[in-house]
Design a protein around this ligand. Sequence first.
Ligand code: DSN
Length: 478
Amino acid sequence: MSRNAESTAFRSALEVIRAVEPRVADAIGAELTDQRESLKLIASENYASPATLLAMGNWFSDKYAEGTVGRRFYAGCQNVDTVEALAAEHARELFGAAHAYVQPHSGIDANLVAFWAVLADRVESPALKKAQVRQVNDLTEADWFALRRELGNQRMLGMSLDAGGHLTHGFRPNISGKMFDQRSYGTDPATGLIDYDRVAEAAREFKPLILVGGYSAYPRKVNFRILREIADSVGATFMVDMAHFAGLVAGKVFTGDFDPVPHAHIVTTTTHKSLRGPRGGMVLCQPELADQVDRGCPMVLGGPLPHVMAAKAVALAEARRPDFADYAQRIVDNAQALAEGLLSRGATLVTGGTDNHLVLIDVSGYGLTGRQAEQALLDSGIVTNRNSVPQDPNGAWYTSGIRIGTPALTTRGLGTAEMDQTAELIHTVLTQTTAGANADGTPSKAKYNLDAGLADKIARQATDLLATYPLYPGIDLS
Ligand code: DSN
């Protein structure tokens, strides 16, 4: 698409919106300016292509399409069928998966679909068979009561939140922690790495129905072949949440033991992080789980979002192009350059570096909490998020870490030299920020002191660094 066409498309769209509610049009324009001017280092964010963005803003959003391709509960779904089938086909081809379900609205939704698919396959189906009925409505009251108790009494083993797991992997405040009798595996306190022997030991002791692999803040590769062997040894279903690193799998940076798709029974992901698509989720699975996965809506999902499935089809088509593999490799090269730049300046990194797209800085060495560091960096035009570190003394709200990732800046075209400059900016902010105090003089976990002039100077340097790599160069809203 020509640059003129992109500018015309987005300018016209804003004009139409402005005629109804100008404040929304202004906010959309302001968001583009903010994203253009700040160093976006949030590991879970990216910049979707103009084609992906445009695929989302249209009349597909008006269509209800419960059911699956060719089997809908509503009439008139022929065009939704086209885009859903395309998105699923691109996903299967891209990841070498037997089955793809592209309806989940988010990563949490995808995980819920996966949990219920496994529960239906491994708990509900055998109960129906035993009772010699086809569906739950045919069970006696007593059998139904017994099945509900059994469904609510299953075990899950996942990575703990502070070791880098996701809250949907069994964190008690999340539904996953409430649905399952749950145990966590952590990381080795000395190295910060997954200790597979300890995972195997925990699995042997606990005998989970589901073993969950995957993470949202673990900066290393995971050996999914070993985790599958552990799952098999205790009869567990092996599920991997690859939301963070799906782009690295798609781009063939993670292959063999590090590609979850051939090893897991079921794989969930978001489509917007390193995969660079629209905000959404997806489930890939082995054929034996396909029917249960396809019941995600209305089992746990509201009506599918056809406009987002259209955008998934566009983004997955983009990820199948050869240049996506180059992009995925550059994400990791950049993360490693950023880690090197921070380490050489004296920062402490969880696990001492990275193999993937993210770096986890332990900011306690700077005398700060994650929250103080996050805000000081934000004042300086550097957008990150605070994150727990293993055995974090500051808990999940204040934390002791800052998680940074390179998918977004790599999309803009920044390379390893700019990552070193980025490390310099981050290190300068963190060394110049001090922890603040509460009104009564006690140490605060939120307040901090950073000279406003210095923050402005760093923000200008960040903008200068980005000037050579314009965001959406084809879009001129002026
Ligand atoms: N919010 C996503 C992340 O930042 O990792 C996952 O929940």
